[in-house]
Design a protein around this ligand. Sequence first.
Ligand code: ADP
Ligand code: MG
Length: 217
Amino acid sequence: MGFSLRSRDYMEYIKRAYELIHSRGDYITELDSATGDGDHWTNINMGFESLVQQADRLEEMELSEQFREIGRIMMSVIGGSSGILYGSAYIAASKPLEGKEKIGEETLYEVLLSMLDAITARGQAKEGDKTMIDSLAPAVKKYKECLDRKEDAELLCEEVKKAAEEGAENTKKMEAVRGRASYQADRGLGHLDPGAVTMSYQLVTLMDFAAEKSREK
Ligand code: ADP
Ligand code: MG
């Protein structure tokens, strides 16, 4: 069976993603200290914390309005490159949600694809440049493959989740082309990209949550 996420469900996902991100503070800060300026966890954790604090208000909104508002909050609360990138991603993803009350399999694909396109347009990085894109892009690609195969929702969630995790893991072998890691002598080679890891945390939480929802029906 498929899944369908409403505004309230999406905020439940946000709370779970916050819990995971929040619990990995030392680890993510360590990663960003090796390749960047060490603030990535503080930035992203603050953004998610602010979303959770405003959850009561956000869960009452229609999906497209909710995504626009999430984008606005992320853009203003999360500092650094990731604030602008996540802000643009959520604002772009509000478009395919226009007039929709639920996010089903097809719509979640459109949402993730819009996010990827917005992050790419904004940051001008491509796959392999050692950024958050290296977790999101393989996940989006795998998602499309699963939709084309008419994969069962639970299996789809599992496959997309794996692609996101493997994508983040692969950044260890990459040299940074964009962002602060590209200023380092080794261009971050041998280290995971913190932004790819936090992106994978969000995708893993989202796909686990969607799988759980698909089992509920
Ligand atoms: P800053 O690098 O400005 O301090 P953060 O520390 O919050 O911002 O985020 C760093 C992460 O942002 C990186 O690990 C990388 O994944 C991501 N990132 C940086 N520049 C880009 C870009 N141009 N496109 C996509 N992602 C990027
Ligand atoms: Mg940083």
